[in-house]
Design a protein around this ligand. Structure first.
Ligand code: A2P
Length: 300
């Protein structure tokens, strides 16, 4: 399996990251420390996870040189207006104790009015070009090495890239797991030189036990002497995505970093099992945010 993927900038992004969504205060720092000791060099975080300060402290204490780390963060929905972006980024940089991010993503294709309680900014949501232009400026200023998007479906990626971009999105971070494997999006992304990152790769805490109990997963696990989680995470990397498993449990953090290529027939068996049931998305805040539309609607 590839240890990393090359991006249009020439940077190489490690194929496995520690995900820190839902890793709480008082536990996330220890998770980062364990991960770095286990060999991880990629941490996937976000401003809204409210744990960047503790992640930053653990990074600093680790003594791992900055140029050996890959740090991703994400611009929250309330900061899409061009004048709000650099302050939001600076806040993240300060919390992480770093001068630059390796990757900065637009967290959702949804802009909220600043300081509002999820009040939609219709203009910036309909066309994120002004937001993107400011992110390009952050690249030119050296505060960010690569920029990308998250939770964009094909229609929304096309809507963004229809603008005259200086830098194309290098990454789209989306939900990918056994229940929602999105083969069309994966195929389209490959054809369009857009690397996908798999969040909630085990199905997030809601679906993780069901994922690990899938008969094909268990069968492959027995045949290869891997844990069910290792089978699923290996499948993600073999599909050509970056995988971002979240764990705060030391033994799982170590386990999730030891991935191997599955023999083709076993990979095919798992791919078929994942793609031959009706897809079920685990993460969709559209209703919670009272958007009045589904953010993943392909008809949009
Ligand atoms: P915990 O953090 O308590 O170890 P996802 O990455 O799909 O969002 O899944 C995260 C969930 O899966 C968390 O509840 C995490 O629990 C659990 N998890 C992570 N790695 C493993 C593993 N190797 N085996 C079993 N459960 C895991």
């Amino acid at each position: 399996l590839p240890n990393n993927y090359s991006l249009p900038s020439g940077d190489k992004i490690p194929s496995v990251a520690l995900g820190v969504w839902q890793a709480g205060k008082g536990e996330v720092g220890a998770a980062v420390t364990t991960a770095l000791k286990a060999g991880y060099r990629h941490i996937d975080g976000a401003w809204i996870y409210r744990n960047e300060e503790e992640v930053g402290q653990a990074l600093k204490a680790s003594g791992v040189p900055r140029d050996q780390l890959w740090l991703t963060s994400k611009l929250w929905n309330t900061f899409h207006a061009p004048e709000d972006i650099e302050p939001a980024l600076d806040d993240t940089l300060a919390k992480l104790n770093t001068e630059y991010l390796d990757l900065y993503l637009i967290h959702w294709p949804v802009a909220f009015k600043k300081d509002s309680d999820n009040v939609l900014d219709e203009e910036l949501t309909a066309n994120p070009y002004q937001t993107w232009k400011k992110l390009e400026e952050m690249v030119d200023k050296g505060k960010v090495r690569n920029i990308g998007i998250s939770n964009f479906n094909i229609a929304r990626v096309k809507n963004l890239t229809a603008n005259p971009l200086k830098y194309k999105p290098a990454i789209n971070q989306v939900e990918l797991n056994f229940w929602n494997p999105q083969p069309e999006l994966l195929q389209w992304a490959k054809e369009n030189d857009l690397l996908l990152e798999s969040y909630s790769p085990l199905g997030s805490n809601k679906q993780v036990s069901e994922s690990l109990a899938v008969p094909e997963v268990k069968k492959i696990s027995r045949m290869l002497g891997l844990t069910p989680a290792q089978v699923i995470l290996s499948w993600h990397v073999q599909r050509g995505t970056v995988v971002l498993p979240k764990s705060v449990t030391p033994s799982r953090i170590v386990e999730n970093f030891k991935l191997v290529g599955l023999p083709q027939p076993l990979f095919d068996m798992l791919e078929k099992a994942a793609t031959s049931h009706p897809p079920k998305r685990v993460v969709n805040p559209s209703e919670y945010w009272k958007l009045g539309f589904d953010v993943f609607d392909e008809e949009w």
